[in-house]
Write a protein that binds this ligand. Sequence first.
Ligand code: ZN
Length: 74
Amino acid sequence: MELWIQPCDACADLHGQRATVDPHDDLALKGAGVLKGDVVELHYICKRCGAAFTRILAGPPGQQTWMLLNAGQH
Ligand SMILES: [Zn+2]
């Protein structure tokens, strides 16, 4: 995984969306975070730009979002 990437348009759009939104076509599921038997987050990598996403599935509804982890500051 590259540390800082320039996200592709699909990734830039997805960042900050609600976790109920489906991943775009270039996102590959890489793993899941489990807490006390519940899946609390899913981890994805974009095959196009290398972006790493966390899809947060637990916590207050306002915090259940897609979070882009390695976008550069552009
Ligand atoms: Zn991407």
